[in-house]
Design a protein around this ligand. Structure first.
Ligand SMILES: *Cc1c(COP(=O)(O)O)cnc(C)c1O
Length: 364
């Protein structure tokens, strides 16, 4: 008897998630000092975390022996106040990845179809496959979601649609008008999960205003993250917003203590620290210009981005990736996103971007 024969085929077939390489691993493998390594591989906030969040974490640390608040009462109130949302329309997750998984575990059964775009965030296909549901990958248009084709892919078996806006790793954005028209057309028995992990980086005119659509679309689940602009990736906290009835069912499959106490407290503080988020956004806009002009100078094509990362095209991407590692710069290969000729670089501090540009120029 083999272990594999005990495991459903759809689980055996899951390709493991490939994350950004940790600094410690690159230091070990390439005999480099950790402090000399620049990690631009996981779209983390190069400014670190909000100083206010840090202060709160230090204060909260002595409470770690206690279980966290399973209902995230304070955090729920803070999010509800900030975004003018009903507390019952909120659910919190161990990162927004948890929200994506809770959505799939609540709604999907074996054989259901789930639509997402080619080049879309890898977690959609993972959480789909983990439920024995069938991922329907729709070809992208110029690397972006093709909503017309995604609509055409709807079948009687379709249960869910995932949309990343902006998308990672392409950085592409769907306009709010287009997105709203799409939602209006999708039948209400199909759940639409709208992943807005990078919303804080958008200019006001590009934001989708999706929260204001919830009253109109009872099949909409929006996810937000504290991992990017809020700078709390290591704590794992995100949230979902939807119709209270949906939230109530999602809560049934949620682990009772899925968001740890430090994460809850830090998220409240980070949410209030608007100065930090706007500083992060300004830094990101400047870094974007810096990287874009370098790519232009080096005659490398790139996908214009709405996020805190840029995917750029380069000959022999796997070799360039390895050579960058050797130089102590970690970026992200995106071959598993069907983009074998591209690498994705997170937008870092000015000096980090500069080191990346210099290393890249030397390599090519
Ligand atoms: C980074 C990212 C997330 C955030 O995941 P967390 O679990 O909140 O850290 C979600 N969706 C997309 C598209 C991302 O790139």
């Amino acid at each position: 008897m083999s272990i594999q024969s005990l495991i459903p085929t759809y689980i055996c077939d899951i390709a493991p998630y490939q994350g950004g390489k940790p600094i410690s691993e690159v230091a070990r493998e390439h005999h480099l000092e950790e402090s000399s390594i620049v990690k631009l591989a996981s779209n983390e906030n190069p400014l670190g975390m909000s100083p206010k969040a840090r202060e709160v974490i230090l204060k909260s640390i002595d409470q770690i022996y206690r279980y966290p608040d399973g209902n995230a009462f304070r955090l729920k109130n803070a999010v509800s106040l900030k975004f003018n949302l009903h507390p019952e329309s909120l659910i919190f997750g161990n990162g927004s990845n948890d929200i994506l998984e809770l959505a799939s575990r609540t709604f999907l059964k074996v054989g259901d179809e789930v639509i997402f775009s080619q080049h879309a965030f890898a977690v959609y296909s993972l959480v789909t496959q983990a439920m024995g549901a069938i991922g329907v990958k729709v070809p992208a248009k110029d690397f972006a979601h093709d909503l017309a084709k995604m609509f055409a892919a709807i079948s009687p078996k379709t249960k869910m649609i995932f949309i990343a806006n902006p998308n990672n790793p392409t950085g592409t954005l769907i306009s709010k008008e287009e997105l709203k028209t799409f939602l209006t057309k999708v039948p209400s028995h199909i759940i639409v999960v709208l992943d807005e992990a990078y919303d804080e980086y958008l200019e006001i005119e590009n934001k989708s205003e999706s929260f204001s659509w919830l009253s109109q679309f009872s099949n909409l689940i929006i996810s937000r993250s504290f991992s990017k602009a809020y700078g709390l990736a290591g704590l794992r906290v995100g949230f979902g917003v939807s119709d209270p009835e949906i939230i109530q069912f999602m809560n049934r499959v949620r682990q009772p203590f899925n968001v740890n106490s430090l994460a809850q407290d830090a998220a409240v503080a980070a949410l209030m620290d608007e100065a930090f988020v706007s500083e992060s956004k300004i830094l990101n806009n400047n870094g974007k210009k810096q990287l874009e002009s370098a790519f232009q100078r080096l005659k490398l094509s790139f996908i214009p981005t709405f996020g805190n990362f840029i995917s750029f095209k380069v000959d022999k991407a796997p070799q360039v990736y390895e050579a960058l590692l050797k130089a102590g710069i970690i970026v992200r290969p995106v071959a598993n996103y069907e983009m074998p000729d591209y690498l994705r670089v997170s937008i870092g501090l000015k000096e980090e971007n500069e080191r990346f540009i210099q290393a890249l120029e030397a390599i090519i």
